[in-house]
Write a protein that binds this ligand. Sequence first.
Ligand code: DX5
Ligand code: ZN
Length: 224
Amino acid sequence: MHDYVIAPSLLAADFARLGEEADAVLTAGADMLHFDVMDNHFVPNLTVGPMVCEALRRFGIKAPIDVHLMVQPVDRLINDFAKAGATFITFHPEASENVSESLALIRRLGCKAGLSLNPESSVDLLKNYWEQLDLVLIMSVNPGFGGQSFIPSALEKLTQTRTLINASGRPIRLSIDGGIKVENIAATAKAGADTFVAGSAIFSQPSYANVIAEMRNQLKSICI
Ligand code: DX5
Ligand code: ZN
């Protein structure tokens, strides 16, 4: 993986051609796929489950898949997504009865563990888990739908989280999710993000390669 990871969100892809879309975006230069799982309960929308993740693996997708669980409860789906070939499994702390146990379960099943914070959630929610984390996913929209506008207060949350990650001394990725596009990706990197989820900004364009190249170009000037 590059130091900066670009992770297109498949939520904005054409679901009728999902394997081809995943292939196309990886060929266009993406590093990782972001796989949004919504349950019509934790968030007011319903997407796809472990069978679809497994189908992507069977189709031949080898790149890391970052499964973003916006579901409650989380533990059974952690098991199912680990079996289905997830690389990272990320959930929202409010959705688990025992966050530490859910994080431990993800690692025990051979995956990397992440926690996601809603725009309204405080970084304090992360405080007991630094040793158990491989990724923090900061939401810059309210989860549930693609194509929303970036909420600027996410920049401050990135800065706070970056300081805490650096203090932990652990190699934890800091991901930003929601409303990311060529115009704002550099600001999020300056605030500390190193992993960028983008759905509509990539899949709405005729050339995925051009958008990803433009994003990398924006990131070039920034040192982490
Ligand atoms: C929102 C999802 C995001 C979404 C991002 O609940 O978690 O991953 O797909 O889509 P865009 O980039 O269109 O905001
Ligand atoms: Zn997501």
